[in-house]
Design a protein around this ligand. Structure first.
Ligand SMILES: Cc1ncc(COP(=O)(O)O)c(C=O)c1O
Length: 220
């Protein structure tokens, strides 16, 4: 491999380049992951993360990229054969679909044109038709990294409430968390999926589920 001078500058939608301030903060000697210092650090991080999601409930951290947190959201709250409603906003919504199908979920994929966010009216109409409540979860990408399109999460929540549908609401904020306004509690989201390496501007390898009481109850 030839030697490249200068600092490598990654120019893709993510991982983002990690700011120097953050690089300096993580340039620390290793600590004992079973010792008291790690326990204190863990509690501080688990607690501090809540404000990033604007969530009052727990935020779970996974040693995985964002896709791992997607998988965790689905397997911990749903069972094979359950039906989920997804909206095609772009590449990442399409990947949600692939993961859900591989896990044995039945996917209702509302078509989109990759130019607009998830349509609250279309989601509301599909849920209103589902009088038997077969749909167990609605999954939407907040910011579709592949297209730059942002979906209106609060409006989708309102559409779900308007037909009084009990489905869980799951939102992928992997590229929006900490860079676009996001409110887990206020917008009534049950599982918010996040990742470390985009809006949060940290290295890849950590991902998150902020969970509501309803999602926790579904996981039992
Ligand atoms: C919106 C969105 N969802 C999901 C993913 C998948 O995350 P990861 O590549 O960390 O598994 C990405 C990024 O790749 C993304 O931008």
């Amino acid at each position: 491999m030839s030697f490249k001078s200068g600092r490598h500058f990654l120019q893709i939608p993510g991982p983002t380049n990690v700011p120097d301030r953050i690089l300096r903060a993580i340039d620390q000697p290793t600590i004992d992951h079973r010792g008291p210092a790690f326990k204190d650090l863990g509690h501080e991080v688990l607690d501090g993360l809540k404000s990033v999601f604007k969530a009052s409930g727990p935020v779970i951290i996974y040693p995985a990229s964002g896709s791992g947190a997607w998988e965790a959201a689905l397997v911990n709250t749903l069972s094979p054969g359950d039906r989920v409603l997804l909206f095609e906003t772009g590449h990442f919504a399409t990947l949600w679909r692939a993961i859900a199908e591989r896990l044995g979920l039945e996917v209702d994929f509302l078509p989109g044109d990759w130019r607009h966010g998830a349509d609250p009216d279309a989601i509301g109409a599909r849920l209103a038709d589902d009088t038997g409540h077969r749909i167990k979860a609605v999954c939407v990408v907040h910011n579709e990294t592949s297209t730059g399109i942002t979906s209106r999460i609060a409006d989708i929540r309102r559409a779900m409430d308007a037909c009084d549908h009990p489905a869980l609401f799951m939102v992928d904020t992997i590229s929006s968390l900490a860079s676009i306004d996001y409110r887990h509690d206020e917008w009534g989201v049950d599982v918010t999926v996040g990742g470390s390496q985009k809006g949060l501007m940290m290295p890849p390898g950590l991902s998150f589920n902020a969970v509501s009481d309803k999602a926790l109850a579904a996981s039992k």
